[in-house]
Design a protein around this ligand. Structure first.
Ligand code: FAD
Length: 359
């Protein structure tokens, strides 16, 4: 795809020269339909993929497309594009796993941001390294795992992340963040808050255990393993894959971004009040004063599970998941999400925040 710019000064001539140097990897008016799991048909003004830290640092320093918005994209499995993106989408393609340090008990593995997350989980399980198995089959790339602090079945990325390496977009410096620096919270981190849009994660180092302690007490994992004699990380991975395949729609077949909403955290006094009217409310204690409420349950109680609203709807087996039945736009999805939020608020007085990134 050829890139056109208007040349009216020597300065722009330099920019044009730089543009030509990146032309094999820089695309203009690029379609993102296959780069988001909702399958939303939008374009980005520019699109660039890089395969190494040196390459992205060089690209940012040369600045061939200066002063435009930048969006870092992984597999697009937690994004809704509500319109064309008037900037540059940058995508890491750097893959591979390196051993950084190994003791009798633990191993540190440094993984490229462009590695498919579940391939890495599989790599760990095959070698009996424990810690990532409960996060099996979560779509997306390694680079997004610290941003999102992905979580499932009682485990979060924060439990195994040792260090994050990222490029500062403004200074082009490579910086390192330890676990504490990342300020992890439930589906949140510093990269989604005060540093949002300021860093490109290039590598993540995870600490895995060579003597795994399995966590099978969450959800239906134990039930799924009841006929398993020697339970190890591989059987836990398999159990979780089975459960997820039954419960969640495959984005290859039906567009979705997994859970659209976060489970709200409320004061436990409020939970007690709600129990008067809703005795079967699904809640989990998270601290002495706070409870987490199952957002899926709240949505289901509003009669919104498996509901079809034309091009969009909620999934038949999991009310938390919004699905695209075909050619929905990002706004169709976003508007349904807002309606669900309002309906839940009207019934329970609880705000359910969106987990998915709206662009
Ligand atoms: C069927 C399905 C099931 C899911 N189940 C779960 C689940 O169980 N638990 C869970 O936590 N999530 C789940 N998700 C959500 C999603 O898989 C995760 O949020 C995942 O981490 C997103 O990865 P991604 O590469 O697709 O990121 P994207 O969606 O491309 O991006 C997500 C955010 O991270 C930023 N980002 C991505 N890569 C980088 C980078 N290298 N540097 C800086 N910023 C970056 C983006 O700018 C964006 O803000 C599910 C999604 C689907 C479709």
């Amino acid at each position: 795809m050829l890139i056109h710019i208007v040349i009216n000064s020597t300065f722009i001539n330099v920019q044009l020269y730089n543009l030509y140097r990146f032309m094999d990897k820089l695309f203009e008016n690029y379609c993102l339909k296959k780069h988001n799991t909702f399958g939303i048909d939008v374009n980005t003004k520019y699109y660039y993929e890089f395969s190494s830290t040196e390459e992205i640092v060089f690209f940012l320093r040369e600045n061939p497309v200066s002063n435009i918005k930048k969006l870092i994209l992984g597999a697009g499995s937690n994004i809704v594009f509500t319109k064309d993106f008037d900037g540059i989408v940058i995508r890491p393609r750097d893959r591979g796993v390196q051993i950084v340090e190994e003791t009798k008990e633990t191993i540190l593995l440094k993984v490229g941001a462009g590695e498919v997350w579940d391939n890495f989980v599989n790599y760990c399980c095959k070698r009996n390294y424990g810690g990532a198995e409960n996060l099996s089959l979560i779509p997306g790339m390694v680079g997004a795992t610290p941003v999102q602090n992905i979580g499932a079945y009682g485990v979060e990325a924060k439990d195994i992340i040792e260090e994050v390496e990222a490029v500062n977009i403004d200074t082009q410096e490579i910086e390192k963040f330890n676990n504490e620096d990342c300020k992890f919270e439930y589906r949140n981190s510093i990269f989604k808050k005060e540093l949002k849009g300021k860093y490109i994660v290039t590598y993540v180092t995870y600490k895995l255990s060579k003597t795994p302690i399995l966590n099978i007490n969450y959800g239906k994992v134990k039930d799924e393993l009841k006929n398993c004699i020697n339970i190890d990380v591989n059987s836990v991975r398999e159990a979780i894959i089975n459960i997820r395949n039954r419960k969640l729609p495959d984005p290859e077949k039906i567009g979705n971004a997994g859970s659209f909403f976060k489970n709200p955290i409320i004061d436990n006094n409020r939970t007690q009040e709600l129990k008067i009217d809703f005795s079967d409310i699904v809640s989990y204690k998270v601290s002495e004063t706070k409870d987490k409420i199952a957002a899926g349950w709240l949505i289901e109680q509003c009669g919104l599970k498996g509901k079809n609203f034309g091009k969009v709807g909620t999934y038949k087996d999991q009310a938390l998941v919004i699905v695209n039945y075909g050619d929905a736009t990002g706004n169709d999805i976003f508007n349904l999400a807002k309606d669900i939020q309002q309906t839940v608020y009207d019934k329970f007085g609880i705000i359910i925040d969106m987990e998915v990134n709206i662009v």
